[in-house]
Design a protein around this ligand. Sequence first.
Ligand SMILES: O=C(O)c1ccccc1NCC(=O)[C@H](O)[C@H](O)COP(=O)(O)O
Length: 291
Amino acid sequence: MWGPFEFRVQNEGNTPRNILEEIVWNKDVEVAKMRERKPLSSLKKSLENAPPTRDFLGALREANRRTGFPGLIAEVKKASPSRGILREDFDPVEIAKAYEKGGAACLSVLTDEKYFKGSFENLEAIRNAGVKCPLLCKEFVVEAWQIFYARVKGADAILLIAAVLPDLDIKYMTKICKMLGLTALVEVHDEREMDRVLAIEGVELIGINNRNLETFEVDISNTKRLLEGERGQLIRQKDIIVVGESGLFTPDDIAYVQEAGVKAVLVGESIVKQSDPGKGISGLFGKDISL
Ligand SMILES: O=C(O)c1ccccc1NCC(=O)[C@H](O)[C@H](O)COP(=O)(O)O
């Protein structure tokens, strides 16, 4: 069992070395406060009133089968540390509905407030507005409490980042997700993280992030590199669905990651910035995929 050795614990006086470390240190404090207000025992009671979960993996598979393109996870994102504000007139429910109409299989909703200007209210509002696409809670999970919270707020899936979590946590959190009916999207960026995650039993959905979360560098050939040779073979053997994430702007980009072996893509910037984000999807795929 291995872990993200690059990470240091926050100590008095030291400063974060990169944005991911900073986000995680802040998240630790934020979650501790939230947990104090709503302890796990009370969250567990709220589960009784949570809406049923929808099949995130099934929706991706079905979209891939129906369109012949990778299933789209369209991201509802107002801002990011690397790009700043992406959209001033940001109405999460309107954007979610436009994505659904435009052919998205699933949606990814940023819930981090400090760095992405997202919120759990956005997630809840989209769920309550009757959007049928299954929803990914796009968070920086540092403890299991957050998984229960996401489920209560209407998520169908949640992100677990290998650069943030040690293997044992991923294993344990994947089990918690299954118990709650959530899909875990386990995100990797390099070969070492991919090998760690491939050794963890029960992982069904892996995201390859083309963005280095420490430097912000984006390179879509990252997806191809991580799917080459024995890794690609093992992924096919295990029937794991791979999601190509970040930096996808054109039909050529989609074709490139599809050729590399992905069955799904996660896209934010290139579609959320369009005046009609639904039409942005047709531009991204070079075709109307809603039909
Ligand atoms: O995007 C950032 O600046 C960022 C910084 C630190 C941690 C995560 C970050 N982004 C999350 C993502 O990877 C993207 O939101 C997602 O993959 C969509 O990417 P894009 O299509 O390029 O907007």
